[in-house]
Design a protein around this ligand. Structure first.
Ligand code: KDO
Length: 335
């Protein structure tokens, strides 16, 4: 080999080594945002994720948690993750993706009375059906779903003025808040409501000042965010097994070395177990606390009336057109 060739080969080798060591030495800062406040279990779970991911990666991952919407509300954060101006967000789920990622088909994964129980929910979301939706979401939007954390069963909480609603007909005249995306508003409509769209951060004040008559969220969320302090009735409609999907910018995900991807996946799993256990515990205990602390009245509604109403609402052909023929039944039928 000539001296010139040896020199070129040496330079090429140096470049390869330099590149490899840059990739290896690089510290990835990952900002992880939520609208939830620090008293909310999901913030604890996000902190758990950060702690495990950072430790497991030996400092190559630097996950930082931002609560209370410090880096934006639900929509802003998800659009940021899609564009790459934010690395991760926690307040994500299909009813958001359907609108923000212009992917109406995926909305079928978050409709009233879809899942029989948590096992069914997990078989769909973390099984091949869910994975196929998450993969096409990543292609369409630049945002990848990494996991599914149980948020709790969604129930209505209504003000004193609204009264102890027991049927869809009684819900109709009330101003009940739902998250501000079309697929979320359909959840409200499927219960007979005429939903008021509103950002999460405005709900407490709107309940307190009487701008709205109620809202829907799982008990641990409604308790942590003090929504139960400013409402009187919790109506046990059990209309949805709520979950959130931690998401990451797809370009960043593809850039991450394989070992760091493993750290992220493992840390998410730890956080998921933490969150799901705590949520289940708190679902069982917090209502009793709210009864003592706030004088909450627990209302057992005509759940069958709500379920029947939802079934006929989603039977509208516009949903078959959005989701694809037979998709809803296929998801419900997964064993
Ligand atoms: C909410 O805005 O009511 C909601 O429960 C919607 C969920 O998709 C999720 O964004 C959640 O807020 C936040 O994570 C706060 O718990």
């Amino acid at each position: 080999m000539s001296a010139k060739r040896i020199a070129i080969a040496a330079i090429a080798l140096c470049l390869i080594v330099a590149f490899a060591s840059t990739a290896q030495d690089k510290v990835y800062t990952i900002r992880f945002n939520t609208v939830a406040s620090p008293s909310d279990i999901q913030v604890e779970a996000m902190n758990k994720f950060a702690e495990v991911a950072n430790a497991m990666s030996g400092g190559k991952l630097d996950v930082k948690v931002f609560h209370s919407g410090q880096l934006g509300d639900q929509k802003t954060a998800l659009l940021g993750v899609m564009k790459g101006s934010l690395e991760m967000a926690c307040d994500a789920s299909p009813a958001w993706f359907a609108d923000l990622a212009a992917y109406p088909e995926i909305g079928v994964l978050e409709v009233a009375y879809l899942f029989r129980d948590i096992d069914h929910m997990y078989r769909v979301l973390l099984g091949p059906v869910g994975q196929a939706y998450w993969n096409s979401l990543a292609k369409k939007s630049g945002m990848r779903v990494l996991d599914a954390w149980y948020l709790g069963t969604r129930e209505l909480s209504l003000t004193k003025k609204a009264g102890p609603v027991k049927t869809p007909a009684e819900l109709k005249p009330l101003k009940v808040r739902w998250p501000n995306s079309e697929a979320w508003l359909d959840v409200g409509r499927a219960l007979g409501a005429n939903p008021t769209p509103m950002g999460f951060g405005e709900v407490y004040m709107a309940l307190k000042t009487g701008t709205i008559d109620g809202q829907d969220n799982p008990i641990p969320t409604s308790y942590a965010e003090k929504f139960l302090e400013v409402t009187k009735y919790v109506v046990l409609t059990d209309h949805m097994l709520g979950y959130i999907n931690p998401v990451i910018n797809e370009r960043l995900w593809q850039e991450l070395p394989a070992n760091l991807k493993v750290c992220i996946k493992k840390a998410l799993e730890v956080a998921r177990f933490y969150m799901n256990t705590r949520v289940s515990e708190e679902e069982a205990t917090l209502l009793g606390k709210a009864v003592v602390e706030y004088g909450t009245e627990v209302v057992v509604p005509d759940k069958k009336a709500f379920m029947d109403y939802a079934k006929s609402y989603y039977a509208d052909p516009k949903f078959t057109k959005k989701w694809g023929a037979g998709t809803y039944a296929k998801i419900q039928g997964i064993e």
